[in-house]
Design a protein around this ligand. Structure first.
Ligand SMILES: C[S@@+](CC[C@H](N)C(=O)[O-])C[C@H]1O[C@@H](n2cnc3c(N)ncnc32)[C@H](O)[C@@H]1O
Length: 477
């Protein structure tokens, strides 16, 4: 379709479509953006094999969207405008003011740092952060660095993972950086060094819909979150919810970095705005107000089956009346609380980034209840965050020994193998998870998952599998 094609769709249809997209996908198209909407929806319609855009829109509006449809639409309706070292002022502040202090403090305790690029597009932002850290941390290999990069657009994520860019991505990048961190390829393209590429983990996450903070997708206990030029996609109410969840994904003292164009006292009122020359950054400071108190997720106790909801169901008490029953109930609940306490503490410490303490609490939980697979799963998630993949793998093995149907443990093992380059094993673990998931209702919430449904995990695994090379390629390799 020519770029300047005039709007041809009726306003009433575009209005219905934009309302539908806001509620189903979380994408916001006010009237002034309807031209972009029309262009994107025409491309999505062509990809889906519809010749007539209106028929395609009516078909979309006829039923709730599946996740696959949401991902397909998002890949046509989001804008991939980004480049290396964009809005350099905030990166300079990070490099010169925030990180030196943070790194000095961490060097004395645990050498770890967690950064999230939320809405990472084709990867220029998280790779800029990786290059910055590479320059800033001389004893790099001694640190456990996490750079998580997520986006709603699977095409962008695929391009990001390839790490090959044209000259336009370097429009504001000093030449020496490109020389130092990229290798020239054919056709005037540049490939990022594998060392820098390996520092970044890319994954799909819809900021409007998916659960975070969560240990399952690694969005907890962040030191710094970049969410630049993304909030503009959301209507105000949705943006508020996203900002609230980003706030909870930060540790106390953590930083949210937005674009200067997104500065807002209302939207970021839970944060303390810190003014630097040329930019405002937002800091989560617990004492700043009531909304900054850490919010914990309820921890469902492991049930060993798919009836996650039963974990929250009130216990049925015997009909014995009066004081005696009440005392028995209190004693039961005290005992239950005491048994659950170490696991709750472990999770709370993990949420706050105090990983060594979190491990101590996990070990206490295991000592008190050796046969509970949920404790081993939690221990594995924390060890993985600390970069201790071998211990994490052993711990997941134990969880599965105790509960072979523990789907999140299969999934986590798949991810561990994937990040270790063991693709065949990853495929096997993902396959196990899928077999279990298909046997339960799509909307069942998975135990230990912070509210992840079985259906959603099927889709997450499908997109992880899509990034794996085909089996015959692997065999030939
Ligand atoms: C303009 S780009 C910004 C990229 C980068 N943060 C920067 O500032 O250069 C916006 C990105 O937000 C992503 N996005 C839009 N809606 C999203 C959502 N609901 N969840 C996650 N990412 C989303 C788009 O796919 C796109 O990659």
């Amino acid at each position: 379709m020519p770029i300047d094609m005039p709007i041809a769709l009726p306003d009433s249809l575009l209005s219905r479509l934009s309302d539908f997209l806001a509620s189903q996908v979380g994408l916001h198209f006010p009237k002034q953006s309807w031209r972009d909407l029309e262009r994107g929806i025409a491309a999505a319609s062509r990809e889906s094999g519809y010749r007539d855009v209106e028929t395609f829109i009516h078909w979309l509006l006829s039923a709730p969207l599946t996740r696959t449809q949401i991902e397909g639409l998002a890949s046509h309706l989001t804008v991939g405008e980004t480049y290396f070292f964009r809005e350099k002022r905030s990166l300079d502040i990070l490099e010169q003011q925030i990180l030196p202090e943070l790194l000095r403090a961490r060097a004395k305790t645990e050498k770890h740092l967690r950064v999230w690029s939320a809405g990472c597009c084709t990867g220029e932002e998280p790779y800029s952060i990786a290059m910055l850290l590479d320059r800033l941390i001389p004893d790099f290999e001694k640190w456990n660095l996490t750079i998580l990069a997520t986006d709603i657009n699977p095409r962008f994520l695929r391009k990001a993972a390839q790490g090959i860019y044209g000259a336009w991505s370097f429009r504001d990048t000093p030449g020496w950086l490109r020389e130092r961190y990229f290798t020239r390829r054919k056709g005037g393209r540049f490939e990022i060094q594998p060392r820098i590429r390996r520092m970044v983990t890319f994954s799909y996450l819809n900021l409007a819909e998916d659960a975070y903070p969560s240990l399952v997708n690694g969005t907890n206990a962040m030191d710094v979150i970049f969410c630049r030029n993304v909030l503009m996609y959301f209507a105000q109410e949705r943006a508020r919810k996203v900002v609230d969840k980003l706030h909870r994904s930060l540790i106390d003292g953590g930083w949210l970095i937005t674009s200067p164009a997104e500065t807002s006292t209302v939207l970021f009122s839970a944060f303390t705005a810190i003014e630097f020359p040329g930019a405002f950054l937002y800091r989560r400071i617990a004492a700043a107000g009531p909304r900054t108190t850490a919010v914990r997720h309820p921890v469902p106790s492991y049930q060993g089956d798919w009836e996650a909801t039963a974990a929250h169901a009130p216990e049925v008490l015997p009909e014995a009346g009066g004081e005696q029953a009440k005392e028995a109930e209190d004693a039961d609940s005290r005992e239950h609380d005491e048994r659950e306490m170490p696991q709750r503490k472990a999770r709370a410490c993990a949420d706050e980034g105090r990983l060594a303490e979190a491990i101590d609490w996990c070990e206490k939980a295991i000592a008190a209840d050796k046969l509970n697979p949920a404790h081993y799963y939690l221990l594995a998630a924390i060890c993985q965050e600390r970069g201790q993949s071998e211990i994490a793998e052993r711990s997941l093995g134990r969880a599965l020994y105790l509960e072979p149907d523990f789907v999140l443990a299969h999934f986590a093992l798949g991810n561990l193998c994937l990040s270790g380059g063991r693709q065949r094993e990853a495929r096997r673990h993902f396959g196990n998870a899928l077999t279990l998931l298909r046997a339960c209702p799509a909307d069942a919430l998975l135990p230990e998952s912070d509210g992840l449904s079985a259906g959603r995990l099927v889709e997450i695994i499908a997109s992880a599998q899509a990034s794996l090379p085909r089996a015959h390629k692997e065999l030939a390799a």
